[in-house]
Design a protein around this ligand. Structure first.
Ligand code: SAM
Length: 287
């Protein structure tokens, strides 16, 4: 008797955040939001059953799709095996070496000369359990990317796009807005996915535009400072910062930046936070 191989799709794995988009119109809107791809490398995060991949493959100069699920990655390889511009990598996106994928390459046969690839575009209907980790990692490597179009849980999109002074503003908003211009594009109901998640989902576009130089701050130092400022959301900026800075130094820096000691971090714009940071780290402060 010949063995019958089931053609049924494997069950979605909720642990991996597998809610597959079933709306073709929405998939087209997501891919359209990336703009012209004919000269770009595109990084797709979590291609799943390939609804976005099948639209990206004919448009992108090169497509790198990273899927952690072994079965899905194998199915995608079979499906896109003939597309020479498509590379399916079975891996955890958080473990991918962005430097070797997107960093400068040695010039062919010319010592000392490097080829710097054009910045890539990133797209993905993200596994929601990893949204912050993935976004923060992408921003950490912002120099390799031009824009990022991602689907995230609606409430998380609200936080990423929140303006300072609003309830949703926090570390994630400040970090995203330090590196990119954030736009909310559209929101989808649970019914646009299979199986449906419990939440609505929003598509965001982040256009990379780092503000560090304009704000006169260094990346790592300022991010550590923001982390400390937001360490305990209910506490005032003063109480969060006093765990690291001496009171007289803090008093002087807040006065210089025209920020009240009773202010909370979420009420400060990035410019105001940067002013406090610069005042605390000016050569006269000795730190
Ligand atoms: N892009 C597909 C779509 O729109 O239908 C699938 C989206 S689904 C919300 C998230 C996908 O990310 C799943 O295919 C899941 O297996 C994959 N995934 C989960 N964790 C991952 C990780 N750490 N690295 C790469 N892919 C991951």
């Amino acid at each position: 008797m010949p063995r019958v191989v089931s053609a049924r799709r494997p069950q979605a794995k909720p642990k991996l955040g597998q809610h597959f988009l079933t709306s073709d119109d929405s998939a087209i809107r997501i891919v359209d939001a990336l703009g012209d791809l004919s000269h770009h490398t595109v990084l797709e995060i979590g291609p799943g059953r390939g609804i976005l991949t099948s639209l990206l493959a004919p448009r992108a100069r090169r497509l790198i799709a990273v899927e952690i699920d072994r079965v899905l990655a194998a199915q995608l390889r079979l499906r896109f095996g003939m597309s020479r511009n498509v590379e399916i990598i079975e891996a955890d996106i958080l473990a991918i070496d962005f430097d070797s994928l997107f960093g400068p390459k040695p010039g062919l046969g010319q010592p000392g000369i490097e080829i710097r690839p054009n910045p890539a575009k990133v797209v993905g209907n993200l596994p929601y359990y990893l949204t912050s980790d993935i976004l923060l990692r992408l921003l950490d490597y912002a120099k390799y990317f031009e824009s990022i179009v991602i689907m995230v849980q609606r409430e998380v999109a609200d936080r990423i796009a929140a303006e300072s002074g609003t309830r949703d503003y926090g570390m994630l908003s400040a970090t995203a807005q330090l590196y990119a211009r954030v736009e909310k594009l559209f929101t989808l109901p649970p019914g646009a996915f299979s199986p449906p998640p419990k939440v609505h989902s929003t598509v965001l576009r982040l256009t990379i535009a780092p503000q560090l130089e304009g704000l006169g701050v260094s990346g790592d130092g300022f991010l550590d400072f923001l982390r400390l400022s937001f360490a305990q959301k209910r506490k005032t900026l003063w109480n969060n910062l006093k765990t690291k800075y001496a009171s007289p130094q803090l008093k002087q820096a807040l006065a210089e930046a025209h920020v009240k000691p009773t202010a909370r971090a979420e009420t400060l714009s990035l410019e105001e936070s940067a002013a406090v940071y610069r005042a605390l780290h000016s050569p006269d402060q000795g730190s």
